[in-house]
Design a protein around this ligand. Structure first.
Ligand SMILES: *[C@@H]1O[C@H](CO)[C@@H](O)[C@H](O)[C@H]1NC(C)=O
Length: 339
């Protein structure tokens, strides 16, 4: 049986959604920008919106976007020059200037769409910078830990794939009915070094006829959701292997497998790996699947089941990896410990 020796560091509360109730960034004021330009109602790019409107008085294109968690944003569709920390300036990027933003994402000044749809940022810059990008998401508690100096990074252009030396790659798939998502072919899991039995491929495969099922890699979802029978098989394997962990009865939020690690400084945690098509194996560090949910030592197995058809590899499970979206080779890579 394979275990991680997991050091229980100073416990930090998960920044739960409630902590994100007010906008924290600076608000963009288009009146103070000379490079901002509204998009005409008749402009071809306005018609590329899934949900376009027109303010006839101003002849100005309006957008509206709803996200899977119920968040919505609506406002003017416009173009603007984006300037990055590297000094790179990208002119005439089509974006939404939100006047009505509701839900979780308003914690930030903005939201960069990284999907594979027609209006995402990577798609818009593909002609000048290529279709590839990569990101590395630091532990979600880093921003509330004063000692932390690390931040998450995203890289576009040639450097995005160059950073992928040593990556474990898997083919990138698409679903015409859900064009914005990056699909991967998840074959199964290992827990404690042993392949989890009872994972049926039919629960993880995309059905090309109905567009249901399949597995997406999403930076905008926190907790991995697996088709329920798959989740139950992985969870049961974890419970069986986690012999040294004291069970905390009951669950927490969407988690059904929690442990009371109060008073423990070091615990042995079974290893968890994801196996993807093309021979890619992603060995998760323990903080990517056993997370603190309170300040009294309760940790939960941080995945959940779903009956929603599509399974999602969420951002908690992607932490610490540089995730490389290689658009030319149509593959996704994972480089461990790369933030
Ligand atoms: C966790 O275990 C400790 C004993 O080691 C106990 O004092 C505490 O009440 C437990 N916490 C919960 C939430 O059950």
């Amino acid at each position: 049986m394979a275990f991680h020796v997991f050091l229980i560091a100073a416990l930090l509360l998960l920044p739960l959604p409630a902590a994100f109730s007010k906008a924290s960034g600076r608000v963009f004021d288009p009146r103070r920008s000379r490079s901002y330009a509204a998009v005409d109602c008749v402009a071809p790019i306005c018609r590329r919106l899934d949900s376009a409107g027109c303010d006839r008085r101003r002849n100005s294109c309006l957008y509206q976007v709803a996200y899977g968690d119920g968040s919505v944003t609506a406002g003017d569709f416009a173009t603007e020059t984006l300037t990055f920390a590297s000094g790179a300036r990208v002119p005439r990027v089509a974006l939404g200037c939100g006047h009505d933003n509701e839900g979780l994402f308003i914690a930030a000044s903005g939201l960069l769409g990284l999907g594979r749809g027609r209006l995402s940022f990577p798609t818009q810059i593909a002609r000048s910078f290529g279709r590839s990008f990569s990101y590395c998401l630091v532990d979600r508690t880093s921003s509330v830990r004063p000692s932390s100096t690390r931040s998450s990074t995203v890289t576009f252009g040639a450097g995005a794939v160059a950073a992928a030396a040593g990556a474990s790659f898997t083919p990138m798939g698409r679903n015409p009915r859900m064009a914005t998502f990056y699909y991967v072919h998840l074959l199964g899991f290992s827990v404690g070094g042993a392949r989890v039995k009872g994972v049926s491929q039919s629960d993880l495969r995309l059905n090309p006829t109905t567009g249901r099922g399949g597995v997406i890699l999403d930076s905008g979802t926190s907790v991995t959701r697996l088709a329920r029978p798959v989740y139950e098989a992985v969870r049961d394997a974890f419970r069986a292997a986690a012999v040294g962990l004291r069970v905390s009865p009951g669950g927490f939020s969407l988690f059904d497998t929690c442990y009371n690690l109060s008073g423990r400084r070091v615990v042995k945690v079974p290893t968890v790996s994801m196996h993807l098509a093309g021979g890619a194996s992603v060995a998760l560090p323990p903080e990517n699947y056993l997370i603190p949910v309170d300040t009294s030592g309760t940790f939960c197995f941080a995945m959940a089941g779903t009956d929603g058809g599509v399974s999602i590899i969420g951002n908690i499970q992607q932490q610490g990896f540089r995730v490389v979206f290689d658009g030319d080779a149509q593959r996704v890579g994972f480089v461990p410990k790369s933030c």
